[in-house]
Structure formats: structure tokens, C-alpha cells
Design a protein around this ligand. Structure first.
Ligand code: FES
Ligand code: FES
Length: 168
């Protein structure tokens, strides 16, 4: 017991309903990690690094900037629950292009890349660089991350063209 006021929180995390009592001061990143979604990483806790990026009601969010008590009733998706075709292509592209070294930034980078590719399936390099400008990586120099996201976009385009041809 911390002695601090608690609050009952109900949300869906990676498609699972969750109901827990939380410290009213808890950050969303702390709560999702306590619930086992360790892919949301704690980096700066000031909104600068993006390591804590999650999907919150369909939009990307830095979960260290969100009070968990403020998202009662929300739908949260972390890297563990992001499993659609864009997510799978992005994961594979990060592996193929070696878009990580220590890996600390990687889940946040991938979550941001997934959100970006949903909105912009055919991006330019400049658009990719802008999309990840809120995420910091201390290891890679970003080049291989940019290549990975471009590679995921190219793969998704190939699949989309293949699907269109099959329907013709
Ligand atoms: S831990 Fe949230 S932005 Fe760095
Ligand atoms: S791979 Fe180490 S911080 Fe990005």
C-alpha cells in the first residue's frame, strides 16, 4: 500500500478487458507495463524519446505523458497486440534491414512506423524521417530504421498490387 488515493480503471489492453485499481498518479506507461505489456518502454518520462509509444483509441501516444486515470474506457494497443498486416510487415522489415541495435527504442519506433504507414502507405524518405522525428535512437544513426520503414512500405505495396492483380 502506498497510501495514495487509488482509482478503478477499466480499459481494453491488446483486445483484453482489464479492470484494476491504480494509484491516481500512475502514468499509462507504468500501468501497461504492470499489466505485462513490457514493450512500452520507460525512457525519458518527459515525452522526448518515444520509447513508451502505444496506440490509444486508434492514435499514437507517448504513454509517459498520459495519466492512466484519464483513459478510463479506452482501447490501448502495445507492440505485443499490434498484429495486422502492416504491423507484421514492419516487424519483418526491421529485422531484414537491421533497424535496431540495443533494441531499447525499437518497439516505440515500430509502433510509430505502423501508425505512419496506415496513414501514408507510399511515403518518401523525407516523410519517414519526419514521422520518426519524435523518437530517439542512440545506436543506429537512424539510417537503417528509415530503410526498414521504406522496406515495409515497399513490401505492403507489392502485396497490394498482387492482390489487385488476382482480382482482375
Ligand atoms: S518515456 Fe515517454 S517519451 Fe520517453
Ligand atoms: S537501437 Fe539502441 S536506442 Fe535505438
Amino acid at each position: 500500500m502506498t497510501g495514495h488515493p487509488t482509482e478503478r480503471l477499466r480499459l481494453r489492453l491488446n483486445e483484453q478487458p482489464v479492470e484494476i485499481d491504480i494509484d491516481q498518479r500512475a502514468l499509462l506507461v507504468e500501468v501497461v507495463r504492470d499489466l505485462g505489456a513490457k514493450g512500452a518502454r520507460i525512457g525519458c518520462l518527459t515525452g522526448d524519446c518515444g520509447a513508451c509509444s502505444v496506440e490509444l483509441d486508434g492514435r499514437i501516444a507517448k504513454s509517459c505523458l498520459v495519466l492512466a486515470a484519464s483513459v478510463d474506457g479506452s482501447e490501448i494497443v502495445t507492440i505485443e497486440g499490434s498484429r495486422d498486416a502492416i504491423a507484421e510487415a514492419t516487424r519483418e522489415a526491421f529485422k531484414a534491414h537491421r533497424g535496431f541495435q540495443c533494441g531499447y527504442c525499437t518497439s516505440g519506433m515500430i509502433m510509430v512506423a505502423i501508425d505512419f504507414l496506415r496513414r501514408n502507405p507510399n511515403p518518401t524518405e523525407a516523410e519517414i524521417r519526419l514521422a520518426i522525428s519524435g523518437n530517439l535512437c542512440r545506436c543506429t544513426g537512424y539510417e537503417d530504421i528509415v530503410k526498414a520503414i521504406a522496406g515495409a512500405a515497399a513490401q505492403l505495396q507489392r502485396v497490394s498490387i498482387g492482390n489487385s492483380k488476382r482480382k482482375e
